[in-house]
Structures are given as C-alpha cells and as structure tokens.
Design a protein around this ligand. Sequence first.
Ligand code: OAD
Length: 254
Amino acid sequence: MFSNDFLLSLLSAKHIVILTGAGISAESGIATFRDAQTGLWERYDPAVLASADGYLADKSLVWGWYEWRRTQVLTAQPNAGHLAIAELAGYVARVTLITQNVDDLHERAGSRSVIHLHGSLHQPRCFQCAEPYVFANEIPTIAPAGERIEPPSCKCCGGSIRPGVVWFGEMLPEAAWQSAEDAILDCDALFSIGTSSLVRPAANLPDMAIIRGAKVIQINPGPTPLDAKVHYNFTGKAGEILPALVKALADLVS
Ligand code: OAD
C-alpha cells in the first residue's frame, strides 16, 4: 500500500502536520457531522444547536445536547487511528497535531500539545464573562439524547455556562489558529485525516501547505474537495490505514 519512497520521505521529514476531523473518532463510536444518515448535521439543525442565537433562544435544549455528546465521549475509547497517530510521532523528527474535533480522544491516545481549532466539549465557559467552568469528577453515564438540562451558573457573575466549542459565526481561538498557521509555514508534509474539508478556515490549511510546497496526504473512505489536489490519497478508514502505516515505518527502520 505504501511505496518505499513515500515511507522514506516521512522518515526524513523535519516536520509533519496532521490535521484531523470527525472521521478519526468515528471508529470510537462518535458521530461525524456530514456522513449521510449518521452525521449529526443530517439529524440536527446546526442553526439551533451550534450558534449563539440558538443557545440564547433555548439554553437548556442546547446544553442538554452538548451534555449528551460530552458524556458519549467520556464513555468512548481512543481507536487504532488515534493510537497510531500518537505512535507516528516516534518515527518523525517533529509532529504537530491539529484537530477540528472537540473530544479528547487524541490526548487519551497519548498525543501531546494537540491544537484544538474548534474548542473542546470538556472546557465550557461563562457566556457572559468567559470565566472557565470546571466539571465535577463524575462517573461517566451517557445523558439521554434530547434531554433538556439547565446549564450551570457562573461562580463569578451568575451568567449561564455555555459549551466550549466554536459555533457557526464565531472566530476560532486566536492562539490555536496562530499555532496552526505557524506549523503549516514550517512543515514538509501534511496529513488530512477524516475531514470533509468543507469547513473554513480549517479547510484552508492543506491548501496553504500545498502552496508552500509541502506534500499533502489524505486518508478518508469518502470523496472530498481535496481529492484532486493531494499528492497521496489513501481511500479507507483511519483506524485501518494508520496502523498499517506505522507498521510499515517500523518494518523499514528495523
Ligand atoms: P465531517 O462530518 O464534515 O466529515 C467527516 C469526514 O470523515 C468525512 O469526509 C467522512 O468520509 C470521513 N470519515 C468517516 N469515517 C471515517 C473513518 N473511519 N476514517 C477516516 N475518515 C472517515 O467532519 P469534519 O470535517 O470534522 O465544527 O467537520 C468540520 C467541522 O464541521 C467540525 O469540527 C464541526 C462541524 O460543524 C465544530 O464542531 C465547531
């Protein structure tokens, strides 16, 4: 599946960027957004559930929906794709991992310094004053889908706590975006894994890497707008292709 030239180019790279999307967590049982039938935005309205206006219109509906998603993540486990990405770092001089995902499965697989472009389900904050809110340690049980849950109140100002994810119409966290751009300016190769490459500005990162002369590699079972632009396109599941890649690298260096 992998040519020696391809594997050697990874081993000799000075800096590889890995950009992941919802597809990397699909094999952990976490729904993607746009896959037909199973995608969250196929079943739920993002205008209601992923916008500040939607939150202000019905806080308990929105908070309950994110509690359903957060508790699903708490009970899920990293899959072979997450684990292989963490292992890949052992074969390459430098890896920067950028994710659009709001779960913590990369971290739980052992990846460090993950750049979260779209925030985190696990780091909510006050809607009014932005003070972070810390969840109590809890035994994970999945909140029922569709249950309305009143958001907690901010200890500082009494405002309502909102999910810590980036909603439509909002800016990406500035420091995360800056780190992502810096990594792109410095990388020799970029992996785009499990993302539909439809949501900007994250979807601009592979284009920026291509313009800079970096090699772009995609892993995805379905078609994306990147197909026509990438240097290597591996069609299939991240949880199958990534472990095979790590094994091929291990075989080559042994
Ligand atoms: P999408 O749902 O748009 O795309 C998921 C991609 O994963 C699709 O291209 C699938 O083909 C692919 N996929 C499915 N199973 C896979 C597997 N086992 N291995 C590899 N790939 C697989 O998700 P994103 O591109 O991440 O924003 O969506 C981008 C953003 O849109 C999300 O971060 C979210 C959403 O609105 C926020 O949460 C702020």
